[in-house]
Design a protein around this ligand. Structure first.
Ligand SMILES: *Cc1c(COP(=O)(O)O)cnc(C)c1O
Length: 368
């Protein structure tokens, strides 16, 4: 057993995923919605979220690795699926066997995909991300190899480097990348008539319908997180992940008593301190110690002291009437209060993506 529901539970609201897919499909207009379910659906569970996204309006899926593709197929998720990441050796044949599409950005990749019998190859162009993709001077070689079997080219794609930045020095860069992509693909459309052009991630999709091309690839917003790091509700998105736990132990500390490793917190007054059995090994990062809040009894309660591997301590306050086994919401909504992934990300100096991806496997996933 990895984790018992009594310790900490990660509840996934699949109706929210369906709803968010609908929001994105509408934002995409005529373009298809590719649901990105890599990294186990950003920690939410890939097969479950893939099904919900397909019900909500997605027509295709994307993953990062061949193992992730095989996991979908093993769960009988048979929708068209693209492996975004780099493939090597026998992985090309495994993608073919799983009936997936692959991305390629050099002649070797195109040839390997053809040799393996992969039916759909998506030619990836680097318009400014500076990561995977053919640079401008590499496009001719890529296209020459792909033209040997043009029917196999199912897509022309690129990836935006800063679609989430609506102000600042990078604000105009997405437009620039889109202009480059449009210019290059205009030349290739005749050579690869069946190819779907796709560029937009969640941020680009929500920000500008002009960036949708023929398909959009959305991950973070599918799970109800805001790609701009703000409030998901501003975009009509509903967070799908809720993490709950319980008050496992409550004790009264006197003024100046400390809680946790390193004695980083001292009680400013006599108070009741509870242990919540979830810690950094569950993905509740150590940076949240003395910073974040959890929800207990419908109110915000501060995390005090350092985050331990398996538990945290929270200050319930001197007047607390909370009892052992009372529920705690670590991320989610209780009463009128909420703790968003965006808030935990901000407090720990990261992005919401890393918060949900980081929730460990020992936190039991429950689906409703
Ligand atoms: C992860 C990924 C996406 C999805 O990005 P979000 O910001 O989560 O919507 C799209 N395209 C590629 C190539 C990716 O790797």
């Amino acid at each position: 057993m990895t984790g018992t529901p009594e310790r900490a539970t990660c509840r996934i609201d699949l109706a929210a995923v369906r709803h968010n897919a609908g929001v994105l499909a509408r934002a995409a207009g005529r373009a298809e919605l590719v649901a990105v379910v890599k990294a186990d659906g950003y920690g939410h569970g890939a097969p479950q979220c893939a099904r919900a996204a397909l019900e909500g309006g997605a027509t295709r899926l994307a993953v990062a690795t061949v193992g992730e593709l095989e996991e979908l197929r093993a769960a009988a998720v048979d929708a068209p699926a693209l492996v975004l990441g780099p493939l090597t050796g026998g992985e090309w044949a495994r993608v073919a066997a799983a009936g997936g599409d692959a991305a390629a950005w050099n002649p070797e990749g195109v040839a390997a995909a053809r040799a393996a019998g992969i039916r759909g190859v998506h030619l990836k162009l680097d318009t400014g991300m500076g990561r995977l993709g053919a640079r401008p001077d590499e496009i001719d070689g890529l296209v020459a190899e792909a033209s040997r079997d043009p029917g196999r080219v199912a897509g022309l794609m690129t990836h935006f480097a800063s679609a989430d930045e609506r102000e600042g020095p990078n604000a105009g860069f997405t437009r620039e990348q889109a202009v480059r992509f449009r210019r290059i693909t205009a030349h290739l459309a005749a050579a690869f008539p069946g190819a779907l052009r796709h560029a937009a991630n969640s941020a680009a999709t929500l920000r500008d319908p002009e960036l949708a091309f023929d398909a959009v690839r959305c991950g973070i917003a599918l799970y109800g997180c805001c790609p701009f790091g703000g409030d998901p509700a501003d975009h009509g998105l509903r967070p799908a992940m809720t993490i709950t736990s319980r008050l496992a132990s409550i004790k009264t500390l006197r003024s100046r008593d400390s809680a946790g490793y390193g004695r980083t917190w001292r009680a400013p007054r006599g108070t009741r301190v509870a242990v919540v059995p979830l810690g950094y090994a569950d993905g509740y990062t150590r940076a949240l110690g003395n910073r974040a809040c959890v929800l207990a009894g419908g109110r915000r309660v501060p995390v005090v002291g350092a985050v331990s591997m398996d538990q945290i301590t929270v200050d319930l306050g001197p007047e607390s009437t909370d009892a052992v086994d009372d529920p705690v919401v670590v991320m989610g909504v209780m009463g009128g209060e909420r703790v968003l992934a965006e808030e935990l990300a901000h407090l720990s100096g990261t992005i919401n993506y890393e918060v949900t991806c980081g929730i460990a496997a020992r936190v039991t996933r429950v689906y409703d």
